[in-house]
Design a protein around this ligand. Structure first.
Ligand SMILES: Cc1cc2nc3c(=O)[nH]c(=O)nc-3n(C[C@H](O)[C@H](O)[C@H](O)COP(=O)(O)OP(=O)(O)OC[C@H]3O[C@@H](n4cnc5c(N)ncnc54)[C@H](O)[C@@H]3O)c2cc1C
Length: 546
């Protein structure tokens, strides 16, 4: 929310600034020569200042770098996907249109003024949506129409030939940006031909120069030159991996791609987005530890008793259950590890778990479930930074205590750390910030619930930081399990026994300012087993992820 406001303010300030620049040179009737060049150069610099300030605001407020203003706008329930996609495309295209206008439009104040209004209007409309005065549908329709005004005015205020030529320029810029070309390269590529065209007809300038000057081909040439320079002489990536976030507060569809049993009680379920969103490169956008709510058909609807107890969910058609995706925020699928609760009369659960039975037994490949989210705070802010009791703690070592299916946030955190390691491949400075050690204690009833090592360090992640050691702690004694068994892969241990200070002491690094402990699992495990034990051992940076 804060980040969205900051970005909006920066965006509008840029328009106000260019409007004032244009007003100044019109006021003193100096629309040629050096005054004109100064005005246009200042406008172009304001584009880069805005991008830099927006980047700084993102880093400062420590939000997701891949969440854009457009991708996080809320939509109404059951909004058709083509409508949502049309709005998003239109908003992104309008942002591009505004920037192109600032770079090429010159001293005309009219368009700048017209453009300030829709962006301000959006902030006001969103406030009304939050206060329940208007619906998000009204907000989008009004904003959509207000953006149209600036296109219509653009068409009326310039010659049709100029307007059409700039549309081609914008389509090319839009497609290149959607493909992910670095935004600084993109806009420097446009500024240079505009500067050259200014000198071409010095000291006067009309929109005609852009038509006469080979702007488009010079821009493509500049992209190539800058791209080669960036690729071979700097560590800055030429393409950003930008992903629109799929998960939203309103329920959206997921389609089951595959289901696999990964231990005696755990199943791995992989879901796809509908093809339209898959094709557009969406990702879940969930940060480690955040979870979603899956809506499943209620098998206990109309039944007074469930597992021998009164059924509190007797009258609801769909159950809402929380699950934590295990993949990193940028992956194109949503993966869950779900604990299976079968019908088991001998254990006192004649009916079993409603959602888990549906997900692990009944759902077929190609079937749909609905999800909403994200829920839960963003406790991990990237590069080892955690938010602990309102303070940002930089961790070199992460220790995780997970009970049963509580291993899921741990896996997503581990994958996010590895993703950061992969991203820092060409940047030695960023490598210093990476988390170095990741120690996991996974407590479970019996050893056959243990996940195989490939869940922690798949072949594709071998050699990437952080180094991960996992100890599976089975509480049920198993004669087949030796006192301590080391699996062939380094860093995996299986043992049985209760969670105790001596076990934790042996596995986790000693408490210190840069050691963060995350705990996830059922309430009893967290409140009764983990928290008192960690307090006793003087671990101060403790985060409960569920
Ligand atoms: C923030 C959050 C994140 C979560 N993330 C995950 C996750 O990633 N993966 C995951 O698997 N779960 C996760 N859970 C738990 C999940 O939301 C459900 O509570 C769980 O799947 C059980 O739901 P159900 O409808 O199947 O059980 P219900 O029908 O609601 O049954 C209630 C309870 O009965 C007990 N029960 C039923 N059958 C048996 C049996 N045969 N043996 C023993 N006990 C039984 C279980 O304790 C079960 O929770 C999360 C919970 C929270 C709060």
């Amino acid at each position: 929310m804060l980040l969205r406001r900051a970005h909006n303010l920066i965006f509008v300030s840029r328009l106000v600034f260019v409007f004032l620049c244009a007003w100044c040179i019109n006021r003193y009737n100096a629309v040629a020569g050096w005054p004109l060049w100064t005005m246009m150069t200042l406008c172009q610099l304001s584009v880069f200042a805005q991008m830099r300030l927006a980047d700084l605001a993102t880093a400062w407020l420590r939000d997701d770098t891949h969440e854009t203003l457009v991708s996080t706008m809320p939509y109404w329930e059951h909004c058709p996907k083509w409508v949502e996609s049309m709005f998003r495309t239109w908003y992104s295209a309008s942002q591009i249109y505004t920037t192109v206008t600032i770079i090429i439009a010159g001293p005309g104040m009219d368009l700048y003024f017209v453009m300030i209004l829709p962006y301000q209007l959006y902030s006001v409309l969103m406030t009304f949506v939050r206060k329940g005065v208007i619906s998000s549908r009204t907000c989008h329709v009004t904003y959509f129409w207000s953006l149209w005004q600036s296109w219509i005015c653009g068409f009326m205020l310039r010659s049709p030939r100029f307007f059409i030529q700039t549309q081609f320029l914008q389509i090319l810029i839009y497609c290149t940006r959607v493909y992910g070309l670095n935004k600084y390269v993109l806009w420097i590529g446009l500024c240079i031909p505009v500067q050259l065209s200014l000198f071409h007809t010095w000291p006067t300038r009309s929109g005609q120069e852009l038509l006469d000057y080979p702007t488009m081909s010079t821009m493509i040439l500049m992209w190539l030159v800058l791209g080669i320079g960036l690729k071979f002489f700097t560590s800055t990536p030429l393409f950003d991996s930008r992903h629109a976030r799929y998960v939203e507060a309103r329920p959206k569809r997921l389609i089951l791609r595959s289901r696999e049993k990964v231990s005696s009680t755990l199943y791995h379920l992989r879901f796809d987005f509908p093809w339209f969103f898959r094709w557009q490169g969406y990702s879940s956008g969930l940060q480690p530890g955040q979870h979603v709510k899956l809506l499943c058909k209620n098998a206990s609807q109309g039944l007074k008793l469930w597992n021998g107890h009164g059924n509190l969910e007797m009258s609801v058609e769909h159950l809402s259950r929380s699950y934590t995706p295990i993949n990193s925020s940028k992956e194109p699928t949503v993966d869950f590890i779900v604990k299976y609760y079968p019908s088991d009369s001998s254990a006192g659960f004649a009916d079993g778990g409603r959602a888990s039975k549906l997900l692990c037994e009944e759902l077929k490949e190609g079937d749909e479930v609905w999800l909403s989210g994200p829920h839960g705070g963003k406790v991990y802010r990237g590069n080892g930074n955690f938010l602990v009791d309102g303070r940002v703690i930089k961790a070199d070592s992460i220790c995780a205590l997970a009970g049963g299916s509580g291993i899921t946030p741990v896996l997503s955190l581990l994958r996010q750390c590895r993703e950061e390691c992969r991203a820092s491949y060409k940047n030695p400075a960023a490598q210093q910030d990476l988390v170095k050690e990741f120690s996991v204690i996974h407590a479970m009833r019996s050893d056959d619930e243990r996940l195989s090592p490939m869940w922690y360090t798949p072949i594709t992640e071998l050699g990437l930081a952080p180094r991960c050691t996992v100890t599976s702690l089975a509480t049920k004694e198993d004669p087949a399990l030796k006192r301590q068994t080391s699996t062939p892969r380094e860093g995996m241990l299986a043992r049985y026994g209760k969670l105790s200070t001596s076990v934790v002491e042996e596995i986790f690094p000693a408490p210190s300012e840069n050691v963060v402990v995350v705990i996830c699992g059922p309430k009893g495990f967290v409140d009764e087993a983990c928290l008192p034990l960690l307090r006793e051992m003087n671990y101060t940076n403790v985060i409960t992820m569920w």
